[in-house]
Ligand binder design. Sequence first.
Ligand code: SF4
Length: 709
Amino acid sequence: MIVSEPRRPTASTVKTVRTHCPYCAFQCGLLVTPDGDGTLSIAGDADFPVNAGALCLKGYTAGETLGHPDRLTTPLARNAAGNLVPVSWDEAIARIAAGFRLLQRKYGRDAIGVFGGGSLTNEKVYLLGKFARAVLRTPHIDYNGRFCMSSAAAAGLRAFGLDRGLPFPVSDIAMADAILLVGANVSETMPPIMQYFEEQRRAGGQLIVVDPRRTATAEHATMHLRLIPGTDAVLAHGLLHVLIHERLIDEAYIRERTEGFEAVRAHAASYWPERVERLTGVPQRDIISTARTLGLASNAIVLTARGAEQQSQGVANVLSFINLALAMGRVGRPYNGYGCLTGQGNGQGGREHGQKSDQLPGYRRLDDAQAREEIARLWGMSPEDLPGPGRSAYELLDTLGRDGGVRGLLVMGSNPVVSAPNATHIEERLASLDFLAVCDFFVSETARLADVVLPSAQWAEEDGTMTNLEGRVLRRRQVVPPPEGVRTDLEIIQGLAEALGSPRGFPASACAAFAELRQATAGAPADYSGITTGRIDRERGVFWPCGPGASHGTPRLFADRFPTPNGRARFHRIHAFGSAERPDEEYPFFLTTGRVLAQYQSGTQTRRVRRLSTAAGGAQAEMHPQAAKRAGLANGTEITIETRRGRASFRLKTTAAIREDTIFVPFHWPDEQSANRLTNDALDPISRMPEFKVCAARITAAAGGRDNR
Ligand code: SF4
């Protein structure tokens, strides 16, 4: 059988280790102590300045997945009867190498793809990108962060010349007099961050939350703007209109530090409050009040998250809110500015070091000749042999198994059967592959389709570095060794590279991999070259950029200039088109998706944690009581939600906290409860981010009840 006990620490090895939570981008500091019986005691690290000892339930229970009975402890491969059965590591690696070689001989190098994840350590991200480009020599590597972070990243690059989620320490939140929080439910997604919002409120600060739902975070706010899904950019234009009209913009800052404002000023003129109320559903008095609160505040911060970003106009939405922050002259001043609240554990580092289809390590562009030259030299290859940009995550998945598409795929740290939009279609594409290899801790929904599954080590079983939502580079430390039979992802990459003819250049040690990553990022936008593990320990994390001669990292960006060719930030004139799909007669509701407190992403880990499953054991659809009444549905009914892509079943929870025209479903569950069987795969034209947050849906009672069409 594929299960074994984790290797137990002996009394002499038991000690408390300082490390970080395996889940979200807040990367709470943990104090982890092996109990000697295979379990871990976990407490918050009060000395780590970001969470200051606070944790959410996911952090406290993170040890449960290590010794879970479902844990994979031997590689699996599909036998002649079509079943996944245990095989040796040698056989598993050899089968992957042979499968990939065969497909590349038959269809060319581009026939192999790699799909990574935003929870992988920086070292894994770096070596996975190198493996794809230097060993497989394929352009097709992308990752699930494309589903999470790419719109904010693309907007940051366009406006500021650099993308770092928060360009200031998270503690600045507590010092802001006014905060506009757009599309974020941080009370549930990263609860320990609330200590900063609470401090801000205690000091008399104003918090304005923009969300179609009155979430736990909105409950905490001084004002809640319950906008129609997909109208974020319109709302931002309306706020800018009022700021301009009431002379609450900073003309000197605009003149000296930015470019492109006049076109934006002219465009905003047509977004007067009455019109914006009609388009967004937000009362004009609230629009005016919000603009005044922001414009008159001594310190003001604008924050966005997935609500505004996961749309087919996600980049435009973010740029519209960046316009606001720039017009008020906030960006680059302490306790002010624009920031994005990154989601996944290494959502920041995961997009910096080369697993994105268009980027090389350090946030260099793959189409930059100098970057290609430098990285190719470091990797011992010719720049001409370095592949160019490949397909973005959804486009890569969408072409799997097709003519001209990827025929063999390696998945590491991702579960796209649950996390990709239009999930039934993506499951079919994955099933159509000639060869699929998956590295995971458990047989995830994606691993179920694999030809070979490799069991990998978990967070507390390996070393590495992570970069949190502030751009602070942290150390993840090994607490216990992996169970017998399990390998780290670095060991897996090394083994695959060796089997494919590259015996050198893929260290299994995180320390050696980080040393090479530092070299690869020297002089790049995300420069890690001056960051050492000693400095991380001493400084409680180091903010990038941090070059070799730097005496410290860079907690605050953009103080004097922006990293654009002329040093100025750029305004962008945005046409607000709204979502790709809107309710109609057939599908009369907006459907939006998100997370709940006790689960994380595709749930591969958290659905297996007993206390989390008790707190949130299945998917509930939230709907307004009036809308439910009109549809003849009672609270607690099993319902089916349908969209043009598929159907899924949920238990109905009626709540007045949601708009009457909107249904909310969480996306942590698979199969019949899979929210992503419903979501729209319309992509943002710039970031290629799918539109998870808005589509049109209808509801029926699951057991033959009246439907609402
Ligand atoms: S899930 Fe996020 S907020 Fe919760 S303990 Fe982990 S890092 Fe902290």
